[in-house]
Design a protein around this ligand. Structure first.
Ligand SMILES: Nc1nc2c(ncn2[C@@H]2O[C@H](COP(=O)(O)OP(=O)(O)OP(=O)(O)O)[C@@H](O)[C@H]2O)c(=O)[nH]1
Ligand SMILES: [Mg+2]
Length: 430
């Protein structure tokens, strides 16, 4: 497993329980309830750390847990809030629900910090439950439960330009030539296993280049970790296709380009359609042996398709300036369209889908009133703000998904009847 992918378990803090206690004063036999509220459980927060460029930190530890809130105390003492846990990730990290693969957060662009799991709300102490009819409430609200989730972190780097090509064609050498990055360079395949980023300075502004691992035939079907590697170019705008024009390893450069472009097309046609420029590398190794010059062959084949060919040597620097100038032009022409992955999975919804213990009863005193009781419902009422439109909609969905509406109908509820839950009255309408 490479450092640009990790699977971890995260858990928010449970809310502290509300406390049950009664005032004890000299000469006062039955003091009122004074149990304090529980503290809030800590959140699990993801945050971009500019200094990081791999997910290496997450390979060694699998569980990350925020602190639980503490129970409320006597004398209206509020329990301490649990500490949040803040997980630092490199920019471009996409957080997904491990089970469904659905996106929870895309840590890029404007989104520098996101709460992924919210800590449970603290329960209310019995001090809140004294009423005219119930002066010694022996119950308090339990804290909201913690949430636990297995998530997949995937680094999808964000760069203006992606370097693609077979292994060993000189992608990393090129990156080290045009930026301050110092990637590993060696004369064997798959020297680069996770992307390296570098910034190119030009007279009219800089841009970011990503050097990605080499691709091989079948990459789009997953051969040679192809999928892992291909996803790193998803968020680039222009592609520099590097090819070994000197055929140092005996392959034909024209065929190489076709093969890699076929893989791009199969993986994601949208990537294959992005502006591309060919860097015909290693020209310092091309010797005139009477055969047709490979640069001419590349130009004949690809320039009619609108793909320019630039002969370069990443080692000597020959031709590199012209290439970068052209790339900058392409970038200026291609729109700034950041690829952002939208949220498709909402961890807080998972709480709603639990099986709910509850009862539905027609009131004996008034046949148009239906009483609903259940610990989850009470808790839910405790932490939902029914005055806000969003809160009310959330509560309605909870009633529907929890099967409560269905039970009410079975019990014979009619339009306009009243649903009563823990002192709250609602009119029933379909
Ligand atoms: N003669 C010559 N050799 C080069 C040139 N560019 C790169 N090389 C050599 O090619 C070999 C591979 O270079 P890398 O930059 O590691 O290639 P890569 O494409 O990043 O390879 P992977 O990371 O394995 O995909 C090294 O031995 C480089 O010195 C060039 O312009 N001319
Ligand atoms: Mg490399």
């Amino acid at each position: 497993m490479f450092a640009d992918r990790a699977r971890i378990i995260i858990r928010s803090g449970k809310g502290g329980d509300g406390h049950v206690s009664f005032r004890r004063e000299l000469y006062v036999p039955n003091g009122g309830p004074d149990g304090g509220d529980g503290g809030r459980g800590g959140d699990v927060i993801f945050e971009i750390d500019e200094g990081q460029n791999t997910l290496g930190d997450y390979r060694h530890r699998r569980k990350y847990k925020a602190e639980d809130g503490q129970e409320g105390g006597k004398k209206r003492c509020h329990g301490a809030d649990g500490k949040d846990v803040v997980l630092k990730v490199p920019e471009g990290t996409v957080i997904m629900d491990a089970e469904s693969g659905k996106v929870i957060a895309d840590m890029s662009g404007e989104n520098r910090r996101q709460i992924v799991l919210k800590g449970g709300r603290g329960g209310k102490g019995n001090q809140h439950y004294a009423t005219a009819t119930m002066q010694v409430p022996k119950y308090a609200q339990p804290g909201q439960p913690a949430q636990e989730l297995e998530v997949l972190l995937e680094l999808k780097v964000i760069a203006d330009v992606g370097l693609v090509g077979f292994p060993n064609v000189g992608k990393s050498t090129f990156l080290s030539r045009v930026t301050n990055a110092q990637p590993k360079i060696a004369n064997y395949h798959f020297t680069t296993l996770s992307p390296n980023l570098g910034v190119v300075d030009t007279d009219n502004g800089g841009f970011v280049i990503a050097d990605i691992p080499g691709l091989i035939e079948g990459a789009s079907e997953g051969v040679g970790l192809g999928h892992e590697f291909l996803r790193h170019i998803e968020r680039t705008r222009v592609i520099i296709h590097i090819v070994d024009a000197a055929s140092v390893e005996g392959r034909d450069p024209v065929e190489d380009i076709h093969k890699i472009n076929k893989e791009l097309e199969a993986y994601n046609p949208e990537i294959a359609a992005r502006p591309q420029v060919i860097a015909a590398n290693k020209i310092d190794c091309i010797f005139d042996d009477g055969e047709e010059n490979p640069i001419d062959r590349l130009k004949e084949e690809f320039e009619p398709q609108g793909i320019s060919v630039y002969p370069i040597s990443a080692v000597t620097g020959q031709g590199v300036r012209e290439l970068l100038f052209h790339v900058k032009e392409l970038l200026d022409k291609s729109p700034m369209k950041p690829v952002v992955f939208e949220q498709e999975f909402f961890p807080e919804d998972v709480l709603v889908n639990e099986n709910l213990p509850f009862t539905v009863e027609r009131s004996e005193e008034d046949p148009e009133v239906f009483l609903v009781e259940g610990p989850k419902i009470e808790k839910m009422l405790g932490y939902t703000n029914l005055d806000s439109e969003k809160g009310f909609a959330f509560f309605q969905r909870f009633l529907k998904e929890g099967g409560i509406l269905e039970e009410l109908e079975k019990a014979g509820i009619q339009e306009g009847d009243t649903v009563r839950m823990y002192g709250f009255d609602f009119d029933y309408y379909k």
